[in-house]
Design a protein around this ligand. Structure first.
Ligand code: IMP
Ligand code: MG
Length: 183
């Protein structure tokens, strides 16, 4: 079984409750509007699937594969995504969805690129926020949980592509890091 050495930070029940509250807030804020959800892959896949089904307004779903970690525990600072994957969002209300806002490098790179395409509005929604690490001036309008500066896995978040299938959020242990090694 995976995750035996990793301590639970946020339980399944707590995630479910918070996702419901976020969905209610988003539904109210976008009432009467059409929404384009742009989900950053692969980290947001589980959060997205749960959140999406609780937002009963007309919406389009687009996904954008993004990577910035390249197997390590710290962002590489280089955000890789293919701009030709970006959908036509001119005059659309865009809601960006990601798993976690850490340094903010990813969110900044993507939002800069999206704003050039002149959407009607742009907001961001993240499940987790490591506030202490985030560069000043970068924020998400919708945040599930503020968390401490620890490397977390589960509910879509990975370490070297593993652990995405854990149903809760856990803190990656020193044992696991030693075992798997850092790239
Ligand atoms: P940022 O660009 O530094 O804000 O990093 C954002 C991206 O890094 C997220 O979309 C995640 O994919 C990844 N990331 C940041 N912190 C963690 C973590 O604790 N566990 C797993 N992935 C993380
Ligand atoms: Mg990510």
């Amino acid at each position: 079984m995976i995750g035996q050495n990793e301590k639970i930070l946020i339980t399944q029940e707590a995630i479910q409750k918070r996702v419901e509250a976020l969905a209610t807030e988003i539904t109210q804020d976008y009432e009467g509007k059409e929404l384009t959800i742009l989900a950053l892959m692969k980290g947001s896949v589980v959060f997205l699937a749960d959140l999406l089904r609780l937002i009963p307004i007309p919406l389009r779903l687009e996904v954008l594969p993004v990577s910035s970690y390249h197997g390590g525990l710290e962002t590489s600072g280089v955000v890789t995504f293919a701009t030709h994957f970006l959908p036509d969002i001119l005059n659309h209300h865009v809601l960006l969805i990601d798993d976690i806002l850490d340094s903010g490098t990813t969110l900044k790179a993507i939002t800069t690129c999206i704003l050039e395409k002149k959407p009607a509005s742009l907001r961001s929604c993240v499940l987790l926020h490591k506030k202490i690490k985030t560069q000043p001036g970068i924020k998400a309008e919708y945040v599930g949980f503020e968390i401490p500066d620890a490397f977390v896995v589960g509910y879509g978040l990975d370490y070297q592509e593993y652990y995405r299938n854990l149903p809760e959020i856990r803190v990656l242990s020193a044992e696991t890091i030693a075992l798997r090694g850092q790239k």
